[in-house]
Write a protein that binds this ligand. Structure first.
Ligand SMILES: Cc1ncc(COP(=O)(O)O)c(C=O)c1O
Length: 381
């Protein structure tokens, strides 16, 4: 189908793809292929020395003593919640402006996601609204470090501690982010990370990790991820099958060593956008927080028109996330209508993520800047 006046799909040359993992990893191709070859030659693919080495290397990056590699970020949240004591019928407080997987992980346990709206500036959990969201059945709080910036962990942590409720940080988008100088993952009882390929630390398939400084939490996650076995073929719990495999761990070990440089490249590109863009609302790096720019979402009241203008200029841009979780059909049973969480809803209407990744060329960034400025300065039609 072609709308009159709009270019046909094949006529639009994508000048700036939204993401390009092969470009990001181009300089690492040799060591990555060598790492994969090492695993293939060893012939051991699940729960082996690459995974163990990765866990040892990854835990300190998150400010934690221990890590457990699991099958995905979603499983990491689900297993961390179970390890801190969440059970079917419990309530878990999280935000509606997140990847739906945060809530889906809660639902996987038979627990109920209860939502707390986000602050309008940082789009992370609003501590001022947190206590009102807590019910007598609340057994955990899951702040999401959205787009690469930590939630206000001082305020959230103080409330959680006073009420004796464990915190599981959703760090899927925030590896290496910091709050008050401390790394994402070091604030809660446990933290969950995703290594989905597009993440700042991305595997070549699904993957995730739980980190914690509580040895018992990680021991539980390691048992649960492996069918609930305490010893071979002895299943003491109804666990799941969710392990980070050896190939992914080997790839991640190579990429972890380069993550600080990749993060610096993301921050430099964000600074360039910050300095050049006008006429759109820019992401805010709040005081005391180090943003790792997993995404660079700008805001505009005519977001869909901005997205169309960028698409016509051959620029990839994506909405994260158009529908807050409480308005997803999967959560219709919660009976939450539009208006329940206005900040998340407005963000869903106005945000548009621009291309930002290591390897994005300055000329490509210039093309994005030029297209945004042209849109913002043109009279609204
Ligand atoms: C904030 C957030 N939480 C959880 C997840 C789930 O991670 P995964 O895709 O590895 O299951 C993602 C990624 O999709 C995410 O962005």
């Amino acid at each position: 189908m072609n709308t009159p006046g709009q270019p046909r799909f094949h006529e639009v040359r994508v000048k700036v793809p939204f993401n390009a993992i092969a470009v990001q990893d181009a300089a690492l191709r040799e060591p990555i292929v060598a790492a994969i070859t090492r695993v293939v030659e060893r012939g051991w693919f699940v729960l082996g020395e690459e995974g163990e080495a990765f866990e040892l290397e990854f835990a300190p990056v998150t400010g934690c003593a221990h890590a457990a590699g699991v099958g995905s970020g979603t499983d990491a949240i689900r297993l961390a919640l179970e390890a801190v004591g969440v059970r079917s019928g419990d309530d878990v407080v999280t935000v509606p402006m997140t990847a739906a997987y945060t809530a889906l992980a809660i639902s996987m346990l038979g627990a109920r996601p209860v939502f707390c709206d986000v602050e309008p500036r940082t789009l992370t959990m609003d501590p001022e609204r947190l206590e009102a969201a807590i019910t007598p059945a609340t057994r955990a709080i899951v702040p999401v470090h959205l787009y690469g910036q930590c939630a206000d962990m001082r305020a959230i942590g103080a409330i959680a501690e006073r009420l004796g409720i464990p915190v599981v940080e959703d760090c899927a988008q925030a590896v290496l982010a910091r709050f008050d100088g401390r790394p994402a993952g070091s604030f809660g009882t446990a933290a969950a990370f995703s290594f989905y390929p597009t993440k700042n630390l991305g595997a070549y398939g699904d993957g995730g990790a739980v980190t914690s400084s509580d040895a018992a939490v990680i021991e539980t996650v390691k048992r649960l991820r492996n069918g609930g076995q305490s010893a071979r073929y002895r299943h003491v719990e109804r666990g799941v099958n969710s392990r980070l495999d050896e190939l992914q761990a080997a790839v991640l070990r190579v990429k972890l060593a380069h993550l600080p440089a990749a993060t610096a490249a993301r921050r430099a590109q964000a600074a360039r956008y910050d300095a050049a863009l006008r006429g759109v609302e820019l992401p805010v790096e709040a005081a005391g927080r180090l943003h790792v720019y997993h995404l660079y979402p700008v805001r505009h009241p005519r977001r869909d028109a901005l997205a169309a203008a960028l698409a016509a200029a051959g620029i990839g841009a994506i909405v994260h996330y158009p529908t807050p979780v409480h308005l997803q059909p999967a959560y219709a049973h919660l009976g939450l209508a539009r208006g329940a969480f206005p900040q998340s809803e407005r963000a869903g209407d106005e945000l548009l993520s621009l291309p930002l990744y290591p390897g994005l060329l300055p000329a490509q960034q210039d093309a994005v800047i030029e297209a945004v400025l042209a849109f913002a300065s043109a009279p609204a039609r």
